[in-house]
Ligand binder design. Structure first.
Ligand code: G6P
Length: 637
């Protein structure tokens, strides 16, 4: 949530941060800004006119690029930010970077300053002039007050006064040639252009970056290093110096230099192009046969044995557990719900699914001997999910993560885990990451069941069904032309109902979420039978109901619910098993998908719902990859 990029490179920094910012737009895009200290500014804390240039705009990065070009911004050092507003409307004034009173210090911030009101009142009493409605503006003012010649020191001291998650980058013409980058909970990385050039000891670098994620630097950087909580880094043309100020921050003056592992950047780590598709979302929907294959690759034997080496640290805990808690947000929470059905049926272990934002604040009962907590996240950076994981860890409860983003905080902090291997997901509405999460949960369930004595015949059945699944996903995608026709018929509806039972109930929730996220149509997902206890009152010809009615043990029950809607004049779209014509007369439209095992059916059934949401949104002229008010990665609670 919010994207940050900073760069040190002679004469090129402004151009490079703007290019990086374009790649980060999926993190937030309601406003953007850039700050560039002039190359040969005077040092010292004294007065004098500022040589810090700042351009900010409401709207997307494209507008900022044009304005920065017109202003002929260039320099050796630059920072930039694309915003997802938390405090203050998305206007040019509220866009980052924010500046101090004398306009010498510029700060881009990702996170929330929880005690901003108190700090702002105090600073105002001291004579500070605030220009914006944001929480972040207190940071440059604090740094200004604390600055005594060392920008990193002043930034670390400012952080000691601030409560809340923060990834912060700072530039100033008082510290020419430098960027200070600091991490508390919100991710920040450092990157260097050439493999032999990171670190102070080596030859001068051509380009050194800091960014909130790898996408910003993937085109240039060859080495990457991730800051850890409490790290304060000083970045210059020579490389970077990191000191760790601990969780409370404060002075870094006396702290020893620390090193963080440096990894080589591989293209695939951040590769993200639309490859000829109109939007990332539709490209990602179509990648699913491949991403599902990737989840399984090397992890499943023909007789249904599952190898998940990353789970070994919690094997003993899972063997004695009588309860698994799965926690997540958004679409990942829906994957967890599907996981509940799968793990309970396969391994017979009770599973509870918790919104991370609720779990973290309600004092959950956790027996460290008998409970294991699993956190599920595409980004691995969702603030609430991370907090839920940390809560479990602090109570001594064994944890695991199901994570897509390899170098993320969740991946690093979980006691064990499974990577979902879906590759970078850029579309804000999650699609391929969801089906990969569900499949990772299937593997987990199968592995747990295997350890608890699943018989070889059932194991074999699962192995066959799983191996066949990617090809079935491709078949489901072949329904796109039909889905598009249906989208055209229903695109003007103001409300939608999505209904399913068993493991298809979470798919109803997910189908409704996809539609509302990107088309802004109100949609609700419901267990099909539960509909009688409320939503049925809403049924009329203006509220289509989408039923998940593939052949499974509750098929006849779902059909009953479908008839109930029909009897009240509702329009019905049904996702049915290929060749099933029984519902032709009682529906307005059918979408056929191939059959698989009932517990795997959700992976297939969600595909036409993703396509339906996508095509309706496109027909309504919505910005599919950048839906209003949303962000891909929610790093604030
Ligand atoms: C945001 C995204 C959703 C995502 C949710 C959880 O709301 O827009 O697509 O499902 O965060 O994100 P995570 O990265 O933890 O899976």
């Amino acid at each position: 949530m919010c994207g940050i990029v900073g760069c040190v490179r002679a004469g090129e920094a402004a151009r490079l941060v703007l290019a990086g910012l374009r790649k980060l737009e999926y993190r937030g895009y309601d406003s953007a800004g850039i700050a560039v200290p002039a190359a040969n500014a005077a040092t010292g804390a004294g007065g004098g006119a500022t040589s810090l240039r700042v351009v900010r705009r409401a709207g997307d990065v494209g507008g900022l690029v044009a304005e920065a070009k017109a202003a002929e911004l260039s320099g050796d050092v630059a920072i930039a930010h694309t915003r997802w507003a938390t405090h203050g409307a998305p206007t040019a004034t509220n866009a980052h970077p924010h500046i101090d009173c004398r306009q010498r210090i510029a700060v881009a911030h990702n996170g929330v300053v929880e005690n901003w009101r108190q700090l702002r009142d105090k600073l105002t009493d001291l004579g500070c002039k605030f220009r914006t409605d944001t929480d972040s503006e207190v940071i440059p003012h604090l740094i200004e007050r604390l600055f005594a010649g060392d920008l990193a020191e002043a930034t670390a001291e400012a952080m000691a006064l601030i409560k809340g998650a923060a990834g912060v980058v700072v530039v100033s013409d008082l510290a020419p040639g430098q960027i200070v980058a600091l991490r508390r909970s919100a991710p920040l990385l450092l990157a260097a252009e050439r493999a032999d050039r990171a670190g102070k000891e080596s030859a001068p670098s051509r380009g050194i970056w800091t960014a909130s994620d790898l996408a910003a630097v993937i085109d240039h950087a060859r080495e990457v290093s991730y800051l850890e909580d409490g790290d304060v880094a000083v970045i210059s043309a020579d490389g970077w110096d990191i000191r760790n100020a601990g969780s409370t921050f404060g002075s870094v003056g006396g702290r020893a230099r620390v090193t963080r592992p440096v990894k080589e950047v591989s293209r695939t780590m951040g590769e993200a192009t639309k490859s000829g598709h109109d939007h990332f979302m539709i490209k990602e929907i179509h990648e699913q046969p491949e991403t599902l294959r990737d989840v399984l690759r090397g992890r499943l034997t023909a007789d249904g044995r599952v190898a998940l080496g990353g789970m070994e640290p919690v094997d003993a805990a899972l063997d004695r557990a009588d309860r698994i808690v799965l926690t997540a947000c958004g679409t990942s929470w829906h994957a967890a719900l599907v996981g509940e059905y799968i793990i309970e049926e396969l391994a017979r272990i009770p599973v509870e699914v918790e919104y991370a934002s609720e779990f973290r604040y309600r004092g959950p009962v956790l027996d460290r001997e008998r409970t294991v907590v699993g956190a599920i996240s595409q980004s691995g950076e969702t603030a609430d999910t991370l907090a839920a994981l940390r809560l479990a860890t602090s109570r001594g409860v064994p944890t695991f993560g199901i994570v897509n983003s390899v170098a993320s905080s969740l991946a690093r902090e979980s006691g064990a885990g499974v990577y979902t291997r879906a590759g970078p997901e850029i579309g804000v509405a999650s699609t391929k990451a969801f089906t990969s999460q569900v499949l990772a949960l299937v593997l987990l369930g199968l592995r747990l069941a295997g350890r608890r004595g699943l018989d070889s015949e059932r194991r074999q059945q699962w192995a066959e069904a799983l191996t066949e699944l990617p090809a079935l996903a491709a078949e489901a995608l072949a329904a796109e032309a039909e889905v598009k026709r249906i989208a055209r018929r229903f695109a003007a509806a103001g409300n939608f109902l999505y209904l399913g039972r068993g493991p298809n109930f979470p798919i109803a929730l997910e189908g409704a979420l996809k539609l509302k996220e990107i088309s802004y149509i109100h949609a609700e997902g419901y267990p099909a039978a539960e509909m009688k206890h409320g939503p049925i009152a809403l049924i009329d010809e203006d509220m289509p109901a989408v039923f998940l009615a593939t052949r499974d043990p509750v098929y006849s029950k779902v059909v009953m619910n479908l008839e109930e809607v029909r009897a009240r004049g509702g329009r019905v779209v049904a996702v049915v098993s290929t060749g099933d014509r029984d519902l032709e007369d009682s529906t307005d439209a059918l979408i056929e998908v191939p059959d698989t095992m009932p517990l795997l059916q959700p992976v297939i059934n969600v595909i036409p719902l993703q396509l339906l949401a996508y095509h309706i949104a496109v027909m309504r002229g919505c910005d599919v990859d950048r839906p209003r008010n949303l962000a891909k990665s929610v790093t604030v609670e």
